[in-house]
Design a protein around this ligand. Structure first.
Ligand code: HEM
Ligand code: HEM
Length: 162
């Protein structure tokens, strides 16, 4: 259930690219003036950042898929860190489904709402992930320590080593 170092590098770097490209797009879209005062236009940062974002989103789907059997299924069976685990899966699904919505649910009004939901969850995602990882590690090290104790806590069932 512990994610391998290589797996963590893939996960964190893909998420960092998604996060930064999303923030650059939002900054360019909401705060940068149009290219010309006479012609409506968008900053070139917008299409560039979305090209990077779209590519990273595809890599993220592969990394997320790999986490299902290697991390989520095993932690689920061991009933470890379930509350924040379910929460982080829901947050991922909101980002993935709203990302799909940005491509295909084309009505302008609903697109703006989907865009704001996606951006809001995206900005908060690093906080959710950090909380999940820290709480998960604390739970695992508590279990390890109690298994290492000579008699273990009263009535405890030794858990699967990580
Ligand atoms: C059913 C859902 C999930 C459960 C029950 C779960 C459970 C856990 C547990 C028990 C740990 C502590 C592992 C240890 O250090 O021994 C952990 C850590 C972690 N989890 Fe999850 N997790 C779930 C989903 C996810 C998802 C969807 C992601 C990423 C998108 C994720 C990312 C991480 C990361 C980055 C760590 C810290 C690295 C590590 O200790 O391996 N988890 N999780
Ligand atoms: C990690 C934090 C993330 C942030 C801050 C973020 C932010 C953004 C922003 C600001 C947009 C542009 C919205 C618009 O066009 O109105 C966007 C588009 C998009 N995002 Fe994310 N996002 C994140 C994660 C994800 C994830 C995990 C996925 C899916 C795996 C994803 C998939 C997409 C897709 C498919 C688009 C549409 C691309 C396009 O229109 O060319 N994003 N994201």
């Amino acid at each position: 259930m512990k994610i391998s170092t290589q797996g963590q590098i893939w996960l964190y770097s893909t998420l960092a690219i998604l996060f930064l490209s999303g923030i650059v797009w939002a900054y360019a879209h909401y705060y940068m003036p149009p290219l010309s005062a006479f012609e409506p236009g968008v900053s070139p940062l917008e299409p560039y950042s979305m090209k990077i974002h779209g590519a990273a989103a595809m890599v993220f789907l592969v990394v997320f898929g790999a986490l299902v059997p290697l991390h989520m299924r095993r932690a689920w069976k061991a009933k470890r860190n379930l509350t924040t685990g379910i929460f982080i899966v829901m947050a991922c699904l909101v980002l993935i489904i709203s990302g799909y919505g940005l491509y295909y649910w084309g009505e302008p009004d609903s697109r703006i709402n989907i865009s704001l939901i996606h951006l809001g969850f995206g900005i908060l995602f690093p906080v959710f992930l950090l909380a999940h990882a820290l709480i998960g590690r604390r739970i695992s090290s508590k279990i390890k320590n109690s298994c290492a104790a000579p008699h273990g806590p009263k009535g405890s069932v030794p858990s699967e080593p990580l």
